[in-house]
Ligand binder design. Structure first.
Ligand code: F6R
Length: 243
């Protein structure tokens, strides 16, 4: 596991964006796994800047998002679909046919989840997976106690995740209680993983995940078992690590 500690959130975004851009330039048909939430916003902003400077093109890139809230359609401003178009896709040259986000309004969720896995396999698997981390160590919406063998499926959100994500909704009561999430196993199949974290609220989860025991109590600790993980942190998120 490679750990990069940056001086600021801005630097974290720039470094992560450079890493993604380098991967695309090396393999223009890159299959990219994407996360939402606050953490990757700076990375997406920097990727847009790199694209504007013509240093990277997304024309042939395919993307798969980690998760989507159940019951929210693409036009709902708190859906991850909306987030991705608003914060990245509308400002780069990606082909919308190459974008895949779980369908939160699907009427046949079992088929949707099975299709998601098949589609990832169908394009040869994810080359580079971007991850954020929850305050409880979750990755995607794989909350503590999620079996490491889990695949894309419908999940219940932990209470702390509902609290943490309430800021993206008008009312806490509006936060969906369920989501579709890629599983731990689906994430671990990515060839390369880049985990991003910033801020003091993530220091506990980062220390447990990188230096604690590998346990389903802390889902991101499974990353210790992956052969190619890069962790990009700011100083606050790295504060509890023994270096
Ligand atoms: C989002 C996702 C989540 C977030 C995590 C951190 O697609 O899968 O695991 O990465 O909840 O969220 P933020 O970045 O908002 O602190």
């Amino acid at each position: 596991m490679r750990v990069i500690i940056t001086d600021s959130y801005d630097q974290l975004g720039k470094q992560a964006a450079q890493l993604i851009s380098d991967s695309i330039n090396e393999k223009p048909k890159l299959v990219l796994g994407l996360a939402t939430g606050s953490t990757p916003l700076g990375t997406y902003k920097s990727l847009i800047e790199l694209h504007q400077k013509q240093q990277v093109s997304f024309k042939q890139v395919r993307t798969f998002n980690l998760d989507e809230y159940l019951g929210l359609g693409p036009d709902h401003p708190s859906s991850y679909h909306y987030y991705m178009y608003n914060n990245l896709f509308n400002q780069i040259d990606i082909n919308p046919d190459n974008v895949r986000i779980p369908k939160g309004l699907s009427e046949d969720l079992d088929t949707e989840c099975a299709d998601y896995e098949k589609e990832i396999k169908g394009v040869g698997g994810i080359d580079l997976q971007i991850l954020g981390i929850g305050v409880n160590g979750h990755i995607g919406f794989n909350e503590p106690q999620t079996p490491f063998g889990s695949r894309t499926r419908v999940v219940d959100l932990a209470q702390e995740t509902i609290e943490a994500n309430a800021r993206f909704f008008d009312n806490r009561a509006d936060v969906p209680r369920q989501a579709i999430s890629m599983g731990i196993r689906s994430i671990m199949h990515a060839r390369r993983i880049v985990l991003l974290a910033n801020g003091a609220s993530k220091a506990w989860a980062i220390e447990r995940s990188l230096q604690g025991p590998v346990t389903e109590d802390v889902p991101a600790s499974v990353l210790q078992l992956h052969p190619d993980v890069t962790v990009v942190l700011d100083r606050e998120a790295a504060a509890s690590l023994t270096l």
